[in-house]
Design a protein around this ligand. Sequence first.
Ligand code: CUA
Length: 217
Amino acid sequence: MHHTGIEGPKGVWWKPAHKSEKVWVAIAFVWCMVLFAMMPFWHLRGGQNPTGIRHRVEPEAFRQRTEEFIEAYRVGEEENLPVVEPPPGSHVYLMGRMWAWTPILRLQTNATYTLHLSSVDVNHGFNLYPFNVNFQVVPGYDYGLEVTPTEAGDYRIVCNEFCGVGHHLMVGKVVVVDGGASAEAEGGSDVNRAVEAASVVPSTPSPSPPTPSGGDR
Ligand code: CUA
């Protein structure tokens, strides 16, 4: 058997594909489209890949802003780290540096905060334990994430980006306290009121309007 460039070899791969092959190609294609559609769908519906505010910030400026934030809302100290309790609705700053997360945050449930994350030295990884919340913390960028704690508890921030010999010691802390009572005492934030209103409206029967039947109430 011989063949030249003009006369190609005999083969079978350009013969019409077998039916089962077409079926498998169709299945694979449909599945690709499903996965493709899942990306935008899960972004919008699944509450993942948060669309945060991102802008550039000088590490030194971020450090100063964090210091100001700490000064403004400091309520105590724990293990040489300031404990800070910002009011609901406020901007919250969390600074990553070798090898600590500063400060310790005290947040309230059902209140929305804008959490600003940045690093003042190298890349760190924000991992809110025990949840599957992961975020790159990059020096030079301020990542603002809208967060609304839903469950009271004592959480840890674990660094999941190797950042030097102290990497494994870089553990921060977020304490979430029940926001209901104290927020009410302070008059509550707009966000809290909105959340309460939203959760009350569907479960409460509307105030009885004058009944058409002449009404006995
Ligand atoms: Cu910071 Cu690892």
